[in-house]
Ligand binder design. Structure first.
Ligand code: G4F
Length: 326
């Protein structure tokens, strides 16, 4: 039986990846913060329906000792390093903890693997935020990086560390440069979930307006369920490499608003308020993936399109309201 170890298992991607690996017969270990164990209802809600099938360990990305101990104990065949401070807006407010957690956390995971489980295969969650102020369109594995936030900078550094462990120490390490990926399990601070929940609340008379920042920015939005499959495929290849993962289709935040409100027969213009405080000091205006290399080498393709994604998120939040979950 193959063993996998996932940092950030309680997040959107960690939960979908766990389900995928369990369905393939893996023994799945996850790292979570100790506080999460004390507040399972709020912090482990994405794992609740299959938590009994997982082996959870408490650890902190700020402590090399805690990570190394778990890597040594579990001796995983595959390590998926998803844990990070992943909210870009917050990285402007707290550059220091974003850089510390994301860069050191990645370094500690890589160093722990090299010292105690050298034959593990390692996946690093890179991000299209690394392309930032995009220097070409669409972006592929050869596009130069121009990060626009502490978050983007931390991901470029994590990517370089991951590459260097491959070059210098012959470790099997891959970075997935994943474009935005969403789902009903998305955190509430991200724009898509903020919109889907607002639509459901407005439809039910629980909210009157929706405050947003820059609705002109464009993203390549896919479904997280499709993207965790790409992570797994990367570690099944003969040789380690880095891969761009996206749909190749672009939409603005305004398009997302349109689709989400249309789905419940409302006009977003009747509810939208633009809030200057929600604009970022340095915005990433446009992102669009060229995943042709991944399609060719991994045989990966997204299955869920933009319209299906928006509908699934809104329908799920309508159900959450009906079931009195929010
Ligand atoms: O949903 P967002 O916060 O996602 P963002 O910044 O693109 O980052 C996400 O995708 C990355 C992959 O490219 C990940 F690495 C990262 O961890 C994260 O998952 O914002 C999307 C866009 C931005 O242009 C933002 O300025 O929506 C705009 N926006 C407008 N109003 C807003 C809001 N974003 C948020 N979160 N909240 C707003 O009220």
């Amino acid at each position: 039986m193959k063993k996998a170890l996932i940092s950030g298992i309680s997040g959107q991607d960690g939960s979908y990846l766990s389900e995928l690996l369990l369905s393939k017969g893996y023994e799945v270990h996850g790292m979570i913060r100790r506080v999460a164990l004390e507040d399972e209802t709020h912090r482990l809600w994405r794992l609740r329906h299959f938590k009994k099938d997982l082996i959870l360990h408490s650890a902190s990305l700020e402590s090399f000792a805690s990570l190394a101990k778990i890597i040594n104990k579990t001796q995983p065949d595959e390590i998926y390093h998803l844990g990070a401070q992943s909210y870009v807006h917050n990285s402007f407010e707290d550059e220091f903890s974003t850089l510390n957690t994301n860069i050191n956390g990645t370094h500690y995971m890589l160093a722990g693997m090299k010292e105690f489980s050298k034959n593990s295969k390692f996946y690093f969650a890179g991000s299209s935020e690394m392309f930032g102020k995009t220097l070409e369109t669409p972006q592929n594995e050869n596009t130069k990086f121009y990060p626009r936030s502490a978050y983007g900078i931390s991901k470029v550094t994590g990517y370089e560390l991951t590459r260097n462990y491959r070059d210098a120490y012959n470790c099997f390490t891959c970075s997935g440069i994943l474009f935005n990926h969403e789902s009903p399990r998305r955190g509430f601070e991200f724009v898509t979930r903020k919109i889907s929940l607002a639509v459901a609340r407005i439809k039910n008379g629980l909210q009157k307006e929706l405050n947003l920042g820059n609705i002109k920015s464009k993203r390549d939005w896919g479904h997280a369920k499709d993207y965790v499959e790409a992570m797994w495929l990367m570690l099944q290849q003969d040789k380690p490499a880095d891969y761009v993962i996206g749909t190749g289709k672009q939409h603005s935040v305004e398009d997302f608003l349109h689709a989400a409100f249309d789905h419940v027969n409302l006009n977003f213009k009747d509810y939208l308020k633009i809030d200057k405080n929600l604009f970022r000091p340095a915005e990433v205006e446009t992102l669009l993936a060229d995943s042709s290399n991944s399609i060719k080498k991994l045989g990966w393709k997204p299955k869920i399109n933009f319209e299906e994604l928006v509908r699934e998120m809104v329908d799920s939040d309508l159900k959450n309201i009906k079931d009195k979950i929010y």
